[in-house]
Design a protein around this ligand. Structure first.
Ligand code: ZN
Ligand code: ZN
Length: 214
């Protein structure tokens, strides 16, 4: 049961192809685990298609844009894609492609206190890393210079905000200082992506800003 989701700004920027590679990975990984965000993303893809068509001067009935927005407002979804088969293993498919396998294929490096990390190869405008946190262990308290997305893949952690279990994604911004602590039991494995020193807002295309409250 996923309780922490992507926000509209991230889904729209992903749909418009405006996110750094590391953020694309985190969004794709969450969406592949989350029916709700997948349905919202499909709606944004539809809106984006209409906006692009309008921009390129193709005459398109106003109705199609209005109808799409009405459908989104009504919360009525377009037909959902059939539930994706959940493969065995810890990593969702987009992440397995990066790692070249599942959890046992990761080349971890110790960062102390039993915590391990592995940086994934992505464009430099943002960083993607896998974190392995033994049960009961805390990740050092830290602030954020930009936006940090943390997707839980195994186990769970708690911080000042809430509890995050498999599939949950925490969106942390500069306002948040937090100390994530892995729950007792299975080690917590997360995908964490950060855009510092860039700011996420700079990736949101201007054309989408009227739809967003940012
Ligand atoms: Zn979601
Ligand atoms: Zn953080």
């Amino acid at each position: 049961m996923i309780r922490h989701h992507l926000n509209d700004a991230l889904l729209m920027a992903y749909s418009a192809g405006q996110l750094p590679e590391a953020f694309n990975l985190a969004v794709a990984a969450h969406v592949s685990l989350c029916d709700e965000c997948r349905a919202r993303l499909e709606s944004f893809d539809a809106v984006g298609g209409v906006l692009l068509d309008d921009c390129s001067g193709v005459s398109l009935s106003e109705n199609s844009f209005a109808a799409t927005m009405a459908r989104i407002k009504a919360g009525d979804p377009q037909p959902r894609s059939p539930r994706q088969a959940v493969p065995r293993g810890v990593f969702p498919a987009p992440l397995r492609d990066y790692v070249g396998g599942d959890l046992d294929a990761v080349r971890w490096r110790s960062v102390g206190g039993g915590v391990r990390q592995a940086i994934l190869a992505t464009d430099r405008d943002a960083t993607a890393r896998l974190l392995y946190i033994p049960g009961g262990v805390a990740v050092p308290d830290h602030g954020h210079r930009g936006t940090e997305l943390t997707l839980v893949l195994q186990g769970a952690f708690r911080d000042e905000v809430d509890r995050f279990g498999r599939g949950d994604i925490e969106i942390a911004t500069e306002e948040l200082d937090h100390t994530p602590v892995a729950e007792e039991g299975d080690p917590c494995v997360c995908l964490a992506v950060t855009d510092a020193p860039l700011r996420f807002n700079s990736f949101v295309p201007r054309i989408l800003q009227p739809f967003l409250r940012i």
